[in-house]
Design a binder for this molecule. Sequence first.
Ligand code: GLN
Length: 456
Amino acid sequence: MITLKEALQLSKDELSEFKKDLKEKIKEQKQIGAYVEQLIDSDISEYGSGVPIAVKDNIQVKGWDVTCSSKILQGYKAPYNATVIEKMVDSGLSAFGRCNMDEFAMGSSTETSYYGKTLNPVDNTKVPGGSSGGSAAAVGAGLAIAALGSDTGGSIRQPAAFCGCVGMKPTYGKVSRYGLSAFSSSLDQIGPITQNVEDSAILYDILAGHDKKDSTSVDMVHQRVSESLDGDRKLTIAVIENYIVEAGDEVQKEIKNSIKALEDAGHKIIYKNMINSKYDVATYYILATAEASANLSRYDGVRYGNRADVSSLKDMYFKTRGDGFGDEVKRRILLGTFVLSSGYYDAYYIKAQKARHLIKEQFDAIFEEADLIFTPVTPTPAFDFDSKKDPLEMYLSDIYTIAVNLVGLPAISIPIGKSSDGLPIGGQFIAKAFDEKTMFDGALSLEKIIDYKREI
Ligand code: GLN
């Protein structure tokens, strides 16, 4: 598959030829189920006429269905473009295909989609990760040059790691959330999934920037990074020892190899510890569910998508929501409503906000000494379908990614090796807020040394 950088150089004719071939290829690889269109037997949608970029099914593209891969939003058409779509079209890109995802971006395996599952392109018996599993599978399978995902607790970085791609979550506020269906508003960010670090920086430059339509968008001029990437810069990189010990053996091995490679390349490695990641998980699942319970209250049958056919208003609310949401979404709404209820607000919600502050202080302290933090992305490579029956077990696949969202930092996941079964393993660089430049420089430096080969 050509890179985004190469695709941006194609002539109009070459580009339309490329898109024709791409559609064919997507059809041939239907079994992957990366695109919602494949799962419902319809044609790949396109908006704009530029370089095709796949879009997660929770980002609005005017006139397209946008369903968050949920039953409740079947039939709902986006009335306007998300800011990121406007920016893409202005920069010579087009929205091309709707990518499958976990329902309302809640999950780590894309198994909760109303449309059915997406397969991991490297090993079809494994999950592609989630919630942006369709986006990562599309890029990993060579069915997209690049894709947009959203990351609330790791949903760009984790599936990118499982599918052997590069996934990047920008600093909170750097990329507009206008037109992204809200899951947990204080954590959500849109970001790129690409084949390499340079493409990630190119797409990030296109997406980033202040947007008056998003009140949490940071009012600062975006300093472009993609033209000045420097993989030879020498950096101080902190590795989190207790995180590495918690990972599975194969992940530990690859992480240790990468640390050695970074050291050999002239970076200074320092060793640090962080509080047990179980506190990150607890904090995240209180705050994210609290916000989700409020955000998803708008899906009541009155304004969006499906409406149950019943005679009273109360029955309409009950039945629309009861039939329309899947089990995981219901679990989160119940949990979120519980932690916000007056009797438990102090015990859970307020406490979680305090824990969030504590987590931030740890990052601040490490960044006093380090330019970057390097960690695993996931404890294990991609797992089997239906293997995580207990929701808590599923939640633990995010132990290395969610703290980054709680603190609003930028982070990138890149492939650093493979398991003995050939499954991709990822490494994550975390940078200071608004220092995407250093994050990309560090990632580029390791990418050059590792020279990961995608076999598809
Ligand atoms: N897997 C996490 C969850 O289920 C993160 C999801 C996300 O980043 N959207 O909430």
